[in-house]
Design a protein around this ligand. Structure first.
Ligand code: PLP
Length: 363
């Protein structure tokens, strides 16, 4: 059936050649494809917390009133997040992951142009295109620092929203305070995505009082191990937060996610012990993998390390590791040629990674 005759004639034409967002595959699918039990996979491809969920969070989910709709006003959750982040509840909006808030912000700004600094997290560009916004991808410099002058030019040219991750995914580097301040002086909404902030501890939140155009995004997916439940949040000027609350899907945070996020905050000291272990493991993993001599680690402030692969194909190495049950993410594109990103896991995950890399080396 041709597109003119079929049901696609009722939908937006540009969706037919939209570049798909390539998501990670579920564990059971991967296990089946690779032919190993799911429990034996070493999943270092999506920056999850491999220590998993603490028992107190599981109990909170088990006793949550799942037959009742969630609170659209997110009262208790916004209060708990505000206490954690050092802001007022009126500055907080929670969502189904930080991704949900990226979508809300793009819709809030309306059709227009958004700017990102590539390589970076793909969701900004993907969701902007779905919303019908134009995306300016400003290339990062030699050390993956964003080109602020080019971003300024894009804003002067009418861009309304700037998305920058700090630490950036997949490069792991932070924005300096001076860079964030320069961004905040631009005439646009400036969204600093702090999905990995718990691994670096350097937040732009203290600038919220001074800059009403600053929006900070955070998530429970990385530090708290709740990627599968989908909870994230934004911190912003209360006027922006009020409008975001007004246009988000009313029940965007499920009762289970709400209960889990509040329990994670209540028991955060316990979870931060795993965060400290992951940071230590990041350094150990970078050192051991780097010592092989053909993968050069970039300094990272997040829960992953980006490696430049020398003398071998990153795609080939990732495929060989995958056959051995070790999952990593590779990049081979103009702005990131022959790189592999590896999440920091537990010591035993690093050990399995190393053994698999040595086997790849001997192939
Ligand atoms: C920079 C960045 N922002 C946001 C997200 C997504 O967060 P969430 O799981 O809360 O949607 C990720 C996940 O990889 C990320 O790397």
């Amino acid at each position: 059936m041709s597109a003119e005759a079929g049901p696609l004639r009722f939908v937006r034409g540009d969706f037919q050649d939209l570049e798909e967002y390539v998501p990670v595959k579920p564990l059971d699918v991967l296990a089946r494809e690779i032919g190993v039990p799911a429990g034996q996979l070493v999943k270092l491809d999506a920056n999850e917390n491999l220590y998993g969920v603490i028992p107190e969070v599981r109990e909170a989910i088990a006793s949550a009133p799942l037959h009742i709709y969630p609170d659209p006003g997110q009262g208790a959750l916004r209060e708990a997040i505000a206490e954690y982040a050092g802001v007022t509840p009126g500055q907080v909006v929670a969502g189904a992951g930080a991704d949900d808030l990226i979508d809300v912000i793009i819709r809030l700004a309306g059709p227009g142009t958004i700017v990102t600094a590539t390589p970076t997290f793909g969701m900004y560009g993907f969701l902007a295109k779905i919303a019908g916004a134009r995306v300016v991808e400003s290339p990062r410099g030699a050390n993956f620092e964003p080109g602020l002058a080019a971003i300024e030019r894009a804003v002067d040219g009418g861009a309304r929203v700037v998305f920058l991750a700090s630490p950036n995914n997949p490069t792991g580097n932070l924005l300096s305070r001076a860079e964030v301040e320069r961004l905040c002086r631009m005439d646009a909404l400036v969204v600093i995505d702090e999905a990995y902030i718990e691994f670096s501890g350097d937040s732009a939140a203290p600038l919220l009082d001074e800059h009403s155009n600053l929006v900070i995004l955070r998530t429970f997916s990385k530090w708290a191990g709740l990627a599968g439940l989908r909870v994230g949040y934004s911190l912003s000027h209360p006027d922006l937060a009020r409008l975001m609350m007004g246009i988000k899907q009313p029940y965007n945070v499920s009762v289970a996610a709400d209960a889990a996020a509040r329990a994670a905050l209540e028991h955060r000291a316990q979870i931060f012990e795993t965060v400290r272990c992951i940071v230590a493991e990041r350094e150990r993993m970078a050192g051991l993998v780097g010592a092989l001599g053909w993968m050069t680690p970039l300094p990272s402030c997040a829960n992953f390390v980006l490696f430049e692969v020398k003398g071998r194909s990153a795609a080939g190495v990732a495929a060989s590791l995958r056959r051995r049950g070790v999952l990593v993410r590779y990049y081979d594109r103009p702005d990131l040629q022959n790189y592999i990103r590896i999440s920091a896991g537990r010591p035993e995950d690093t050990d399995r990674l190393l053994a698999a890399l040595r086997a790849v080396e001997a192939e």
